[in-house]
Write a protein that binds this ligand. Structure first.
Ligand SMILES: [Zn+2]
Length: 52
């Protein structure tokens, strides 16, 4: 597991507010499922992903 710069999905906003998260690990399954073009740098004001 490697820590990377914080990122989140542009589609996070379509989820319920309490489900929105950002990621910071390159091995996180949910994070890897986000296509590159849908990733945005930063935390987006969301919680930290539980799997990261
Ligand atoms: Zn994650």
């Amino acid at each position: 597991m490697a820590k990377v710069a914080d990122y989140y999905s542009v589609n996070e906003v379509s989820k319920p507010a309490d489900k929105r998260v950002y990621h910071d690990n390159d091995q996180c399954r949910a994070g890897r499922d986000i296509p590159k073009h849908e990733q945005r740098k930063g935390q987006g004001g969301y919680r930290h992903c539980n799997d990261c």
